[in-house]
Design a protein around this ligand. Structure first.
Ligand code: CMP
Length: 389
């Protein structure tokens, strides 16, 4: 097997059967390893089933050790890897992913070399193994990194309130409760438990002013966490918008209809379009419905069911514009002829976009007029079967 093939099998996004089997085995091993680690700390279970637990632990260790070795030898197969195999492997071993996997293989190595009594405790490291398979965590990392200045400012505010609360509590409570508030470091414990709204209740102020202070500190704690949550939620929303924009941009750039327009028009359009996937035979719109958006076909084919006849539209073509231009209900039913990805343009954005992009407006209106003029042979109906437009 070539390094490239082995490398691809080990990647989380690869869709082949072997890659899927590997991923399933990996997740089963992580779950088994962690379950064994937990069970090992329960004395009766350990005593009753130590052989099974040991064998299970060794299987999990062997798997993660083998995974490390496979990733190590497959490193030259990565796109853009060093041409010299040893350099590619060294670069991988020293990369974040390599070090991460080394930790995953560590319980096994420790078990084989030293065979310590509580080797299975190192199995907690495997909790981190699924991180590679969770793209959401990568998003979280990006969100935190982008919002770090705002988060750090709130953290600084947290620190200021914490120290101020501990100092004031020390001044107010030191005589009443010297064993609990006799120094600022002692008072810090109360301040952090109160500011984080944990409230163990092991240390509480008893002077009236101390209690008023406690009230302020609790409210400040709620505010700090509300700010953190708000910053993270906004960051997530932006991250999602950015991802959606990139996907739409990619799709718009591939639609032949937009080939001749400049990058600024594509950016303008991509901001407004939303990508949607439809399975084969899904009804996208029905005749007689009010029109609230139009569609560009990014990939796949749709069937426009006219009366009489059927027209097929493929990648790069659009539909649903007539209802938006005329204000009339949809004049045909449109069904996905095969799985397709469509870019939808909302009616409000449609009007604004056509106002800003006269060339686009002309193309859409001319095509709508052409479609409206098409007459069936014999003139019995206002709609005709036409060849692919
Ligand atoms: P609308 O009336 O909003 O909804 C149905 C859509 O089918 C219509 O807009 C057009 O985009 C499309 N359509 C109607 N007639 C034809 C045709 N002759 N050829 C291709 N598409 C059509």
């Amino acid at each position: 097997m070539s390094w490239e093939r082995l490398y691809r099998i080990l990647q989380p996004e690869t869709s082949g059967t072997i890659a899927r089997i590997f991923r399933a085995a990996h997740h089963v091993m992580v779950a088994t390893g962690i379950a064994i680690m937990l069970a090992d700390t329960v004395k009766p279970w350990r005593q009753g089933h130590h052989r099974v637990l040991d064998i299970g632990f060794q299987i999990a260790c062997g798997f993660f050790f083998a995974e490390y070795m496979c990733r190590f030898v497959a490193a030259p197969g990565a796109p853009g890897a060093y041409t010299r195999e040893w350099r590619a492997r060294l670069a991988w071993a020293l990369s974040a992913g390599g070090i991460f996997d080394l930790f995953g293989a560590l319980p096994g190595v420790l078990d084989i070399i030293f065979n310590p009594k509580y080797a299975s405790l190192y199995g907690f490291i495997w909790v981190f193994k699924p991180v590679r398979y969770a793209p959401g965590l990568a998003s979280l990392q990006r969100v935190i990194s982008r919002a770090r200045h705002a988060l750090l400012s709130v953290l600084l505010g947290f620190g200021i309130v914490l120290l101020a609360a501990a100092s004031i509590a020390y001044l107010l409570e030191r005589d009443a409760q010297p064993e609990l508030f006799g120094s600022i470091p002692l008072a810090l414990w109360w301040a952090i438990v109160t500011l984080t709204t944990t409230g163990y209740g092991d240390v509480t102020p008893i002077t009236p002013l101390g209690r008023i202070l406690a009230g302020f500190v609790m409210v400040s704690g709620i505010l700090v966490f509300a700010l953190w949550a708000g910053i993270l939620a906004t960051g997530y929303a932006e991250e999602l918008r950015r991802r959606e924009f990139l996907r739409t941009w990619d799709l718009v750039a591939k639609v032949p209809f937009f080939n001749n327009v400049g990058a600024s028009v594509i950016a303008d359009v991509a901001r407004l379009l939303r990508a949607r996937d439809y399975p084969a035979r899904a009804a996208i719109m029905r005749r007689g419905e009010p029109g609230d958006c139009m569609y560009f076909i990014a990939s796949g084919e749709v069937e426009v069911r006219l009366r009489p006849g059927v027209v097929r539209l493929g990648a790069g073509e659009f539909f649903g514009e007539i209802a938006l231009l005329t204000g009339e209900p949809r004049n045909a039913t449109v069904v996905a002829a095969q799985p397709c990805t469509l870019l939808t343009l909302d009616i409000v954005d449609f009007r604004q976009l056509l106002g800003r992009q006269p060339d686009l407006a002309r193309v859409v209106s001319e095509e709508a007029a052409r479609r409206l003029q098409v007459r069936p042979a014999g003139g019995q109906s206002s709609w005709a079967p036409v060849e692919r437009t």
